[in-house]
Each structure stands twice: as structure tokens, then as C-alpha cells.
Design a protein around this ligand. Structure first.
Ligand code: SAM
Ligand code: SF4
Length: 341
């Protein structure tokens, strides 16, 4: 906390392309209890050594520096699977104590959420995204290599009952596996009162198996939903801002569906995100091929100001776009599960 009477200047996380990062994505662990085929191989990965992981205090300190000194106004906790982190409730509570208080969101696969969501809500959780790619338990098993479909549905119900609204559902469609499910997922989301978002599959899987011609594009999803009479919410005068999701109203209902066309219609020009990995590295982009090591700096006894300055330098050099559509694109070494999605 600043000493009484001292005025600390805010150092915005600006880059050379006119963007300012205010949305911090924090990966709490690279581990997971599912093995989604678009994310990691069946055997899992070489998990990060525990000594490399930020401790509770280190993690909260970095988030505090982001909020107090760098203008971070929203924090999303993700992974890997963030519910695997035993101190998750304490992390949420500590972030909720920061001033100015950031909004706090969680991205989770929903397994185990049912028993924990009330505690998370009381600790200060404001928003939630739960991943669900299929309504069919057998397909879920094919996609995630685990029989946990019912647990995810329980988690979604519990999030609604805890008053988190809207509960957002992230769905990735995979060709030949669940790409026929777009209309059924939209109808289900309408009945459940949750906000569904389709995400294009990105080249971030640990196996480096992504292929452009296998990806189900946003255009294909929209074509599959022709019968649901989607109309762009932008036509109603609501601005998309920095949100990656293009929103569509379903017919004349209150239901809204999002499409995140990260690959076919990149939104890098409006990006306001910066990422902190579970082992204390700052990444200025999901697809960045470099990172800045705040953990070593922090463990060498650096003060808040020095850490903030290094963080700001890391964001200043953010590239204008992710480059997936350039012939020279190279997938980053870190997979999605170790970056934080
Ligand atoms: N385990 C949590 C979950 O699944 O929600 C949080 C981490 S996960 C990496 C975050 C989101 O990224 C999930 O919605 C997941 O479906 C999505 N995701 C993972 N790999 C992806 C990929 N290659 N392309 C697009 N989305 C991906
Ligand atoms: Fe786990 Fe999320 Fe990756 Fe699926 S997408 S394997 S739930 S980290």
C-alpha cells in the first residue's frame, strides 16, 4: 500500500500500436483433469516443477502490482484447470481486497465447481466461463478422454444457482466429432439461460496437430445456425469494444450467442489483454514467442517499481497481430494449457 501522503503514478501497459492492456489473464496451474484433444495429448504433459510455480503470496503480489501500478482493471483466473489449485478461494479473496477492485472472472472446465462455487462467489468472484463442447456424454468422453460430462453440467447448474450471470459457456467445434452440434448447443443454451460462445480452434495444442483445413470456421458455424435467425447485436447499436466475441441475437428472443473468430477474423487491433503464466512469465500475446521472467526478478528481491517497469516493457513490444495467417507463422512453444486460455 502507498504510504499516506505519497502519490503513485500509474504506468499504463501501452504498446506501440495504440493499445493499452487492462485485462490480466492469470494461469494458476498448467495441470488439468481433462485431456481435451485440441489442447493436450492423452498422457498429459511434463507439468511445471512445483518450485517454478508462483506461490500464493508471489501471485497475489504480482496481481497487486498490476492493479495498483499498471492499470489492470479485470483479472481472469484460468489454467490448466484453475479449480485444481487448492488456494483458489483465497486467491479470489485477496484479489477482491485490492484497490481499485478489479472485476474477477474464472475460466474453468466446471469439474468440482458445484461444491466450490458458493465459496468462490462469497470470496468475490464476479464472472464465470465454463467450457462445454458437446451435449452428448459419449462425445464428451471422445473429446476430453474422461467420463465427466455430468460433473460439468452440475457445475453449470451450480454457477447459475450461485447467482453468477450470465454464465458463459465456451464451445470448440471439432470437424467430424461435434461440428453438427451448433444448433443443438444454441437451443440448449436458450433453455438453460446461459450465454454460449463458439471459439475457433487455434494452433495452441501441445501436440502441434492443428491444421487450418480441419478447423471449423466462424463462417461455417454461422451457416449451420442459419435456421436460428441470428442477427448481429452490433446492428442494435451496441459496440463490441475490446471483446473478442461477435454477438448475435437469436431470432426475436433475449438469447445472445457469441462467435470468437480468433483465426479467420482476428481482433488483435482491439486487444486489451496481457497474460501471467503459473510460473511467473509475462506474455503480451497468446501467440507470443517470447516472454518476460517476473518470477526471477521477484525472487531476486526486486521492488514493486522495478517489477512494474519490466512488465510495462514486456507489453510495450507487443506485435500488432498474432500472425496465424502469415506463411511465416510459428506456433509458440508453450501450449494453451501452460499459457492460460
Ligand atoms: N481448463 C479450463 C477450461 O477448459 O475452461 C481453463 C483453461 S482452457 C485452456 C481455456 C479455454 O481455452 C477453454 O474454453 C478451452 O476450450 C479453450 N481452448 C483450449 N485449447 C484451445 C485451442 N487449441 N483452440 C481454441 N480454444 C482452446
Ligand atoms: Fe484441460 Fe481446459 Fe485444456 Fe481441456 S481445454 S485439457 S479442460 S486445460
Amino acid at each position: 500500500m502507498p504510504r499516506p501522503g505519497t502519490v503513485r503514478t500509474m504506468l499504463p501497459l501501452a504498446d506501440a500500436h495504440g493499445r493499452v492492456a487492462t485485462d490480466l489473464r492469470v494461469s494458476l496451474t498448467d495441470r488439468c483433469n481433462l485431456r481435451c484433444t485440441y489442447c493436450m495429448p492423452p498422457e498429459g504433459l511434463d507439468w511445471m516443477p512445483s518450485d517454478d510455480l508462483l506461490t500464493h503470496d508471489e501471485l497475489v503480489r504480482l496481481v497487486r502490482i498490476g492493479v495498483e501500478r499498471l492499470g489492470i482493471s479485470s483479472v481472469r483466473l484460468t489454467g490448466g484447470e484453475p479449480l485444481l489449485r487448492p488456494d483458489l478461494v483465497q486467491i479470489v479473496a485477496a484479489i477482491a481486497d485490492l484497490r481499485p477492485r478489479p472485476t474477477i472472472a474464472l475460466t474453468t472446465n466446471g469439474i468440482g465447481l458445484a461444491g466450490r462455487v458458493d465459496g468462490l462467489r462469497s470470496a468475490g468472484l464476479d464472472r464465470i466461463n465454463i467450457s462445454l463442447d458437446t451435449l452428448d456424454p459419449d462425445r464428451f468422453r471422445t473429446l476430453t478422454r474422461r467420463r465427466r460430462h455430468a460433473d460439468v453440467l452440475d457445475g453449470i447448474r451450480a454457477a447459475k444457482a450461485a447467482g453468477l450471470a450470465p454464465v458463459k459457456i465456451n464451445a470448440v467445434l471439432m470437424r467430424g466429432i461435434n461440428d453438427d452440434e451448433a444448433p443443438a448447443l444454441v437451443d440448449w443454451a436458450g433453455r438453460e439461460g446461459v450465454e454460449l460462445r463458439f471459439i475457433e480452434q487455434m494452433p495452441l495444442d501441445a501436440q502441434h496437430g492443428w491444421r487450418r483445413d480441419r478447423m471449423v470456421t466462424a463462417a461455417e458455424v454461422l451457416a449451420a445456425l442459419a435456421g436460428r435467425r441470428l442477427r448481429p447485436v452490433a446492428a442494435e447499436g451496441r459496440s463490441r469494444g475490446s471483446a473478442p466475441s461477435e454477438l448475435f441475437r437469436v431470432g426475436d428472443t433475449d438469447q445472445v450467442v457469441g462467435i470468437i473468430a480468433s483465426v479467420s477474423r482476428p481482433f488483435c487491433g482491439a486487444c486489451d489483454r496481457v497474460r501471467l503464466t503459473a510460473d511467473g512469465q509475462i506474455r503480451n500475446c497468446l501467440f507470443s514467442r517470447t516472454e518476460d521472467d517476473l518470477r526471477t526478478l521477484l525472487r531476486s528481491g526486486a521492488g514493486d517499481e522495478e517489477i512494474a517497469e519490466q512488465w510495462a516493457r514486456a507489453v510495450a513490444v507487443k506485435l500488432p497481430g498474432h500472425g496465424i495467417n502469415d506463411p511465416s507463422f510459428l506456433q509458440p512453444d508453450r501450449p494453451m494449457s501452460a499459457i492460460g486460455g
